[in-house]
Ligand binder design. Structure first.
Ligand SMILES: Nc1nc(C(F)(F)F)ncc1COP(=O)(O)OP(=O)(O)O
Ligand SMILES: [Mg+2]
Length: 215
């Protein structure tokens, strides 16, 4: 199979839905099915924060959501938890700067998709050397979802990276909605990552469709 190529990954990153059980009052399986109907292109299971599931419950939900993604050929990415990603043979893993170093992770996950949260040029260059496939840049706009974020950066860092000739696929994250997604793409991102704008929408399908139209 080998590592995913950048062009295929750019397409996958267009509407990158991220969700865990704490991001919706509805049944996460239903929300994911509706989001897929609305046209999301990639899914990340991020079970984190106050009230997040642990152990067997977390694994069971991961397997259920993975099954829903597989039925629609949507790649399934796990956030943070390398053991879970390997145990269920996820399509990829997303890690941050505080997680295990990207070089070690790349050795352990083989050719799976590896995403890294990036906040500086140095982190980006280190992640490229370590074998990252895409970067998550943010928070672009203020967000309530993640409390321990670095300062809101707008789209400036995306523009700086592109001006520096960094061509690695980039997805913006943090407070992105159908209304502001266009500015993230214009700045040079290949896609937008969204939690609340889809998971807490009145109509999940419409929210995903609206985002897909604007990227
Ligand atoms: N889960 C994520 N996915 C992305 C992606 F690029 F996929 F949109 N970017 C950023 C994050 C944040 O991940 P989290 O584990 O909360 O924090 P940290 O980055 O500090 O590890
Ligand atoms: Mg993390």
């Amino acid at each position: 199979m080998g590592r995913i190529n950048s062009e295929e990954l750019r397409d996958l990153l267009k509407v990158y839905f991220i969700m865990g059980s704490t991001n919706t009052a509805k049944n996460p399986e239903e929300v994911l099915k509706e989001a897929i109907n609305g046209g999301i292109t990639l899914f990340q299971f991020r079970e984190k924060g106050e009230g997040a599931l642990k152990g067997d419950e977390k694994y069971a939900l991961a397997r259920q959501l993975q099954k829903i993604c597989r039925a629609s050929s949507i790649p399934f990415i796990v956030n943070d938890d390398l053991e879970l990603a390997m145990e269920i043979d996820a399509d990829g893993l997303h890690i941050g700067q505080e997680d295990e170093p990207a070089e070690r992770v790349r050795e352990k996950i083989g050719d799976k998709i590896l995403g890294v949260s990036i906040h500086t040029i140095d982190e980006a260059e280190a992640a490229i050397r370590a074998g990252a496939d895409y970067f998550g840049l943010g928070p672009i706009f203020p967000t309530n979802t993640k409390t321990d974020t670095t300062p809101v950066q707008g789209t400036s860092l995306i523009q700086v990276f592109r001006k520096r000739g960094i061509t690695v696929p980039i997805v913006g994250i943090g407070g992105i909605t159908a209304q502001n997604a266009g500015t993230v793409m214009k700045a040079g991102a290949d896609g937008v990552s969204v939690i609340t704008a889809i998971s807490q929408a009145i109509s999940v399908t419409d929210a995903a469709r609206e985002l897909r139209k604007n990227v």
